[in-house]
Design a binder for this molecule. Structure first.
Ligand code: GAF
Length: 392
């Protein structure tokens, strides 16, 4: 069943009538540019075909009721409780519900809308994006719910403003200190294209990938090792980047180029320097990828994908054995390039492959995982797709 049909069915089950509308947004994969977003840098993600749908109708009272196909039961709060729940008491609702409820809170805050000016709502969410897979199931929920509330509450926000609402929900309501890449990709994704995003200005450019005409395809290899950005490594990496920028006296690592690295190496401890070197070289790799795609097409970007993975493995230290195996096995089986995608510490890798090799690369990766004693991965092609939209 598609997410749209599942969301509608769940809505009818919990509310007993049809929703007012159904809105959706997409998961994302990142072609290149990892952990550069919160350093004001460059990223090149794309929305994937797997979507999350939100079926919603306004109520004529103050209640908010949310349910999803991936959890049991209905979470019910009053609209008037939102300001109390977020950010301080988000642990009073189940973690999954902090995403939709956090979006409701963030969109009211962003638009300076008094909570008393809007009505409550019923909401049912269904998702095709595997949770914890590094494909941003969270941004897909945020995009679907913010699109829905923007319409029914008639707030008039643009897609970029809705992406900012999603990030605010994620940072302040959920408590994950992420950047804005995932929300921008989920909102703005276009078929057959990646979104080149300058995370400082939030200017975007649609970059046609030309995969089909080059006979290429992108595979996702979901290691099934779940990760969370609310705790641990992600936050630590962000702190190291802030420390590196402070030592170099710049607002963000975006302001450093490769020429600054020798000086950085003299001023910093080894770990901070390697974190900085990843960000500085990764920003350059994003720019080089965009240039290579324009000049020579996607077959020319394999080395850049591999260099990105090596930098995340060795300098930023966010890869894990499963992700390294996914990259190595897919390249050994003929992939043009491969790299882990997303925040790291689990989740997925992507491989750029010749379209006729889909089955052989998938089998080679599955065998490598089996031989290493890892949980069987989920391997599937992904197609750059449209981002947020109203489905019905
Ligand atoms: C996660 C975050 F949500 C993004 O903002 C980004 O930092 C990414 O990790 C790493 O590039 O997906």
């Amino acid at each position: 069943m598609t997410a749209i049909a599942a969301a509608k069915e769940l809505f009818i089950q919990i509310v007993g009538r049809d929703p007012e509308g159904i809105w959706s947004s997409a998961g994302r994969a990142n072609l290149i540019g990892e952990h550069t977003d919160y350093n004001d840098g460059f990223v090149l993600p794309f929305a994937i075909a797997q979507r999350t749908d939100a079926a919603l109708a306004l109520r004529d009272d103050r209640r908010v009721r949310v349910a999803s196909t991936f959890t049991d039961g209905v979470v019910e709060v009053s609209l008037d409780e939102l300001d109390d729940l977020f950010p301080a008491h988000h642990d009073r609702v189940p973690e999954w519900a902090t995403y939709p409820l956090g979006v409701a809170w963030a969109i009211l805050q962003t638009t300076n809308t008094p909570v008393g000016a809007v009505s409550g709502f019923d909401l049912a969410i269904a998702s095709e994006v595997p949770v914890g897979s590094g494909l941003s199931s969270s941004a897909a929920i945020e995009g679907a719910v913010s699109g829905a509330l923007n319409d029914v509450w008639e707030l008039g926000l643009t897609p970029v403003e809705l992406a900012k609402v999603g990030r605010k929900a994620e940072n302040e309501a959920v408590g994950a200190p992420t950047g804005i890449m995932d929300q921008m990709a989920s909102m703005l994704g276009q078929p057959d294209a990646a979104i080149f995003l300058d995370c400082r200005s939030l200017e975007t450019q649609v970059i046609n990938l030309g995969l089909e005409s080059a006979g290429l395809e992108l595979l996702v290899i979901n290691t099934k090792v779940q990760h969370s950005h609310s705790t641990g490594g992600y936050r630590e990496r962000r702190e190291s980047c802030e420390k590196g920028a402070a030592i170099m006296g710049v607002p963000a690592l975006r302001d450093l180029s490769i020429d600054h690295l020798p000086r950085a190496e003299k001023l910093m401890d080894d770990v901070t320097f390697r974190r900085v070197r990843h960000i500085v070289t990764e920003n350059q790799r994003v720019l080089d990828t965009v240039a290579k795609l324009a000049a020579s097409g996607p077959l020319a970007i394999g080395e850049l994908l591999l260099a990105s993975h090596a930098s995340m493995r060795d300098d930023f230290e966010i890869s894990i054995a499963e992700l390294d195996t996914a990259v190595e096995a897919s390249v050994a089986a003929g992939a043009v390039g491969a790299r882990m995608t997303g925040g790291g510490f689990g989740g997925s890798a992507i491989a750029l492959i010749h379209a006729e090799d889909t089955v052989s690369v998938a089998e080679a990766v599955e065998k490598a995982f089996y031989d290493a004693g890892f949980t069987a991965p989920q391997v599937f092609p992904v197609y750059p797709s449209q981002g947020a939209r109203r489905d019905s």
